[in-house]
Design a protein around this ligand. Structure first.
Ligand code: GLY
Ligand code: MN
Ligand code: MN
Length: 419
């Protein structure tokens, strides 16, 4: 409320359930802004923040109690229990909202809402209704980007503890997948091992669909089909993380299906790992958001020269982005309630300076094609796809890797799989 100021109102929507097919809905997951401010997870709710407003300063609008609906579809908190349960002072039913909105917005100059299109339409209708009723709707429509998203970017100790828990669960799940893997099983069977481990620890959802990519599939960044049979000699790239108490984890490990890297696989693995470790060293207070990316790109490019994949000087290769076909994506994104979390990576065209409490991934990779897609490539590199991804918190004195329980050196991976 301090950051939006006394002229403003913020509307923060939980959003609604979404239809999957016929009368079956997707499992509901509230909008992250809403969870951040309320901890409440029923659909159709709305939080109103109106600094200084005599009646509605902090108000939660929720679905009304309805014993019949609750018997069919689950319990509801109801407005009556909001204050004692959530500590929000004023509570109303969503049905009451339409009536109070003109009173609430009248005389307020700025309206802060998420750009989420679904709720935008609703807000437009309300504002139009106010105009038609001769009231004065807010003149300025502001995004929550400069206020709420900036708060979400810096994680509190409690948030970091939850993210640590999420990363721990995901790391154990990666260990389980490595132990279980053998040639002849399906990618889907491996995915189910991850899912099982997440659920055992209380994480029902993944933070994003798990990527279980064997062989050439590892070179597809968002491969989620997960239906191939894993073959002897394949590498398996797993990019998977649970969501725990609404917080995401995002871990990638790549390992040999049969438990032993071939020499070319190991060459590339060690190169990606050296780039990842150097990039993690760049995650500290005062560095720029793009420093891990720049560092890892330089190391990967030099490695590709050393292995004979690229020819030319390092500077020339970097300048002309000649390593891009192999490195494909950027090295980092913020992580939090959302896997690609909010927070500006640039301010006025200048790189963001890292500060304590920011959490970001470090995830360099190398991806090679085959005779079809890269006809000039030495066949020894064909279809190798390797990414190594950790979740890293910026601290006062450096950084802390949340996902360090997932084995990472080639030796550690091989010995876990041998066990
Ligand atoms: N799993 C999505 C990402 O790594 O960004
Ligand atoms: Mn990631
Ligand atoms: Mn990932």
């Amino acid at each position: 409320m301090a950051s939006i100021g006394p002229e403003s109102v913020a509307l923060i929507f939980a959003t609604s359930e979404k239809r999957r097919n016929a009368d079956v809905d997707y499992l509901f997951r509230p909008h992250s802004n809403f969870v951040y401010l309320t901890g409440f997870h029923e659909p159709d709710a709305l939080l109103v923040l109106a600094p200084g407003h005599p009646k509605f300063e902090e108000s939660l609008f929720v679905r009304p109690r309805d014993l019949s609906a609750e018997q069919w579809n689950g319990r509801r908190l109801g407005a009556e229990r909001v204050k004692e349960t959530l500590g929000i002072n004023n509570a109303f039913t969503v049905e009451e909202f339409k009536e109070v909105i003109p009173n609430l917005l009248d005389g307020r100059n700025e309206l802060h809402v998420d750009q989420d299109s679904e709720t935008s339409h609703q807000v437009d209708d309300w504002l139009k209704g106010m105009g038609e009723a001769g009231l004065e709707p807010p003149q300025i429509r502001a995004e929550l980007e400069d206020t709420l998203h900036e708060l979400r970017l810096i994680k509190s100790e409690a948030e970091i503890a939850t993210m640590q828990e999420a990363a721990n669960i995901s790391a154990i799940a990666h260990q389980r997948a490595m132990r279980y893997c053998r040639p002849g099983i399906s990618e889907l069977a491996l995915e189910s091992e991850l899912q099982h481990e997440f659920a055992l620890h209380g994480a029902r959802f993944t933070a994003y669909p798990s990527i279980v990519a064997s062989g050439a599939n590892a070179c597809i960044m968002h491969y989620i089909q997960n239906d191939r049979t894993i073959e002897d000699g394949d590498l398996v790239l797993i990019d998977a993380g649970c969501e725990y108490h609404f917080y995401a984890s995002d871990i990638t490990r790549t390992f040999p299906a049969n438990g032993r890297f071939t020499p070319p696989q190991r060459d590339i693995y060690d190169l990606v790992l050296s780039a990842q470790l150097a990039a993690i060293d760049q995650v500290k207070t005062g560095q720029l958001f793009t420093d891990p990316h720049k560092t890892s790109t330089r190391i990967l490019a030099q490695g590709l020269i050393d292995l004979g994949v690229l020819n030319g000087s390092l500077d020339e290769i970097l300048e002309n982005e000649l390593a891009k076909p192999f490195t494909v994506h950027r090295c980092s994104h913020f992580l939090g309630l959302d896997v690609h979390d909010v927070g500006k990576r640039e301010i006025d065209g200048t790189d963001r300076v890292l500060a304590p409490g920011m959490v970001l991934t470090v995830e360099p990779g190398l991806y090679f094609g085959n005779a079809d897609t890269m006809p000039n490539l030495d066949p020894r590199w064909h279809d190798i796809g390797i990414r190594i991804e950790d979740d890293v918190v910026v601290t006062e004195s450096g950084n802390h890797v949340l996902s360090s329980d997932a084995p990472k050196s080639a030796d550690d991976v091989e010995s876990l799989m041998a066990g």
